[in-house]
Ligand binder design. Structure first.
Ligand code: SF4
Ligand code: SF4
Length: 318
């Protein structure tokens, strides 16, 4: 990434605009498409799906239930209906196979808000970075379940930014927009990827669901990396990249197996060296530069202290 350029500019120059944005465009189609499906019923009377992200019925037949909400229901010691249990099982199996945090990158409406905040941070050159552990979200997940058990209600859902964003879009409720604005400002002004990458208990839940998922990103052509840092700059969870990208000498395979990876595909988009691609978790093959078509550009700084410091800084959001 040249100074003053946005991450991915080099990839767009070398590979073309579509190759440098294709997974981003497909994700936006998925996110807006899902919102559109929910809106088709009330707006046009076409009921492909009824309900909301918490609980819905697809084609009047297939129940879909958010397992994160269902788990809260179980903690309240209420017994959910069989349909809700079946709907949660369907959703669980899907995300266990494709990656739990696929929900975060491809479905969740909050991602539209946090991606906008991140893009604006890069544009404005904002570098504020509160030191908050990424494990905080797992503690908050425990707190959410404890809250359900103690209050006997879905207390978290009254303020859950995911439900609130959905409500804000559908009903324009004032309080809901306030929560959406708060998440946007936190990500813009306080720290990079603060909500999704550090605090969201729902993201933590889906990360656990997808810990053994089949679809993973692989840094299969890691030898072609020129340390431009663009992948670290765009990744919402940059700490997941380094073991796969730089861990060959320590015997680490090219697959990004950390379940915090959202399978968003942005690292694939912005890498002008075509280092990354989607693979199955059983495919640890590596690819040479000549096979990817990338011009070998072996930077003599690779592995140097300066480069390692840049990686560490990117992971820490500095
Ligand atoms: S893998 Fe290497 S070349 Fe590709 S975007 Fe990341 S740092 Fe740049
Ligand atoms: S490693 Fe790649 S796919 Fe995974 S979260 Fe980061 S940018 Fe997205």
């Amino acid at each position: 990434m040249k100074s003053g350029e946005m991450p991915g500019a080099e990839a767009a120059r070398e590979l073309g605009w579509w190759r440098a944005h294709r997974w981003l465009v497909l994700r936006r189609i998925s996110q807006f498409g899902i919102l559109g499906l929910f809106l088709l019923g009330p707006w046009a009377g076409i009921w492909i799906v009824k309900g909301n992200l918490t609980s819905s019925l697809l084609l009047e037949t297939v129940p879909l239930t958010d397992p994160f909400v269902l788990l809260q229901v179980l903690f309240t010691r209420h017994l959910p209906e069989t349909t809700a249990l079946l709907g949660a099982a369907i959703v669980l199996v899907f995300y266990a196979l494709v990656g739990g945090r696929v929900y975060c990158a491809w479905v969740c409406p909050v991602n539209l808000v946090t991606d906008l905040a991140h893009w604006l941070r890069l544009r404005l050159g904002l570098r504020s970075n509160a030191r908050i552990s990424r494990r905080t979200r797992y503690w908050l997940l425990g707190v959410v379940m404890l809250l359900a058990a103690v209050t006997g209600s879905l207390a978290w859902e009254l303020v859950n930014p995911v439900s609130m964003t959905h409500r804000a879009i559908f009903f324009g409720v004032g309080m809901a927009w306030a929560v959406v604005l708060m998440v946007f400002l936190l990500d813009l002004l306080v720290s990079r990827h603060l909500w999704c990458g550090h605090l969201c208990p729902m993201g933590a839940f889906y990360s656990l669901v997808g810990s053994r998922s089949l679809i993973r990103v692989s840094a299969h052509a890691r030898d072609c990396c020129n340390d431009c840092m663009d992948c670290f700059a765009v990744c919402p969870e940059p700490q997941v990249i380094r073991p796969a990208l730089k861990g060959a000498e320590r015997g680490h395979g090219p697959l990004i197996l950390d379940s915090d990876c959202t399978n968003c595909g942005r690292c694939i988009d912005v890498c002008s060296r075509q280092v990354f691609d989607f693979r199955s978790r059983f495919d640890s093959r590596v690819t040479s530069c000549s096979e990817t078509g990338a011009v070998p550009d072996f930077d003599d700084k690779r592995g140097s202290t300066a480069v390692n410091t840049r990686h560490a800084n990117m992971e820490a959001g500095r």
